[in-house]
Design a binder for this molecule. Structure first.
Ligand code: PLP
Length: 393
């Protein structure tokens, strides 16, 4: 169509967010989109209300309030082992979604390439198109969703501008090990390219796993843009608060893109965000252990319903194999929401070549225990419902 840009024509609306709308229409349980159905911490909500009452209701400094940037820098030092200057190296953004696109717009030139591990969080595909980068894909192979370092090297060349790293990883739940990240770091150095890291699930880790920030590895600080955010750690996906940490020249460019994309993130929520980052270590321990319980509940229910699953090491999703059910991922998800009343995401939305995700679907477990129990109760009917589905000619 004449009025539509070529970029807009190259991608569809988000499959995940589309699934949420379909789920609402069918009154299903939404295990598709990763947002909690339980309350955000009271301390945060109170701090946000106080900030609004104290009339912090106008634009904040474009790249974030000083107090929030200082809190981010302190947290980067103690938790991520990365020291940064809040005045010149931190940009507060409207979600990590904006941090990623602002970063790509800040660094990509025509002809540049970015490397994406697949399966991947679905935003990265459109992000590449919007920023004008061409994307090269490196497979993460089940069951543990690890990669072959030679495949990574083979995907890089003199046009490679950045490697995108998402750890803990959505959708697979893989937590990249230090050794894996060191091998990515070596490739970044060999090809003189950047690492853009999406660490939004950094606190959601299972079975004693540790999060390693790529910027903390030797030689990486200067070539890494670290993206983190509040959505998942504090159960406030609707607040749209995140940040990008990068050396001053990169931060300068990111801040310019951010300024003209959004001007700034919500001011009163940034004030509450600074409070959030002061939570004691016990908060993060509890977050991870509560998610571990939810993971186990859903994993047990999926196994009982006949799914073969890939148990996540971090983040809050489970990939399930549906190869044995005789339907493709899109058909199965459609059937699941209509007949079983549970929404999941077709695996193909996480792959550049849809056929690679044809036998996979993704469930999230960032829900209350009773929501998950009801979902598990519904999923238990799958074998019986499938039998009658198959007997319909
Ligand atoms: N990055 C990953 C890997 C995600 O899974 C998500 C949300 O599901 C986001 C980014 C979006 O985060 P935000 O709410 O900060 O924009």
């Amino acid at each position: 169509m004449r009025n539509i840009s070529r970029k807009a024509e190259r991608f569809t609306e988000s499959v995940i967010r589309g699934m949420t709308r379909l789920c609402e229409r069918h009154g299903g349980i939404n295990l598709a989109q990763g947002f909690p159905d339980f309350p955000a911490p009271t301390e945060l909500k109170d701090a946000a209300k106080r900030a609004i009452d104290a009339d912090h209701n106008q634009y904040a400094i474009t790249w974030g309030t000083r107090e929030f940037r200082q809190a981010i820098a302190a947290k980067m030092e103690t938790y991520n082992d990365v020291s940064c200057d809040p005045e010149t190296e931190v940009t507060v953004t409207c979600g990590s979604t904006e941090a990623m696109i602002a970063t790509l717009l800040a660094v990509v030139n025509p002809g540049d390439e970015i490397v994406i591990f697949e399966p991947f969080y679905e935003n990265y595909g459109p992000d590449a198109i919007i920023s004008g980068a061409s994307a090269a894909y490196v497979p993460l192979r089940p069951p543990h969703f690890t990669f072959d370092p030679d495949a990574l090297r083979a995907a890089c060349n003199t046009h490679t501008k950045a490697i995108i790293i998402n750890t803990p990883h959505n959708p697979s739940g893989h937590v990249f090990t230090r050794a894996e990240l060191e091998s990515i770091a070596a490739v970044c150095q060999e090809f003189d390219c950047l690492a853009i890291t999406d660490e939004i699930y950094e606190h959601i880790l299972y079975d004693g796993r540790a999060h390693v920030s790529p910027a903390s590895l030797p030689g990486m600080r200067e070539r890494t843009i670290t993206i983190g955010g509040l959505s998942k750690t504090y159960s406030v996906t609707g607040w749209r608060l995140a940040y990008a940490v990068a050396p001053p020249p990169l931060t300068n460019a990111i801040r310019k893109m951010h300024d003209f994309l959004t001007v700034g993130a919500p001011h009163p929520l940034q004030i509450a965000g600074a409070r959030a980052l002061e939570m004691p270590p016990s908060y993060y321990g509890r977050l991870a252990s509560e998610y571990a319980e939810r993971r186990d509940l859903l994993a047990t229910g999926l196994n009982a319903a006949g799914f073969r699953i890939f148990v996540p090491e971090g983040a809050y999703y489970i990939l399930a194999d549906i190869g044995q059910f005789g339907m493709g991922d899109v058909e199965f998800c459609d059937w699941l929401v209509r007949q079983v009343g549970v929404a999941a995401v077709p695996g193909s939305s996480f792959y550049r070549h849809p056929e690679l995700g044809r036998d996979l679907i993704r469930f999230t477990f960032c829900k209350r225990e009773e929501t998950l129990r009801e979902a598990v109760r519904r999923l238990a009917r799958i074998p019986e419902l499938l039998r009658s589905h198959r007997s319909i000619p």
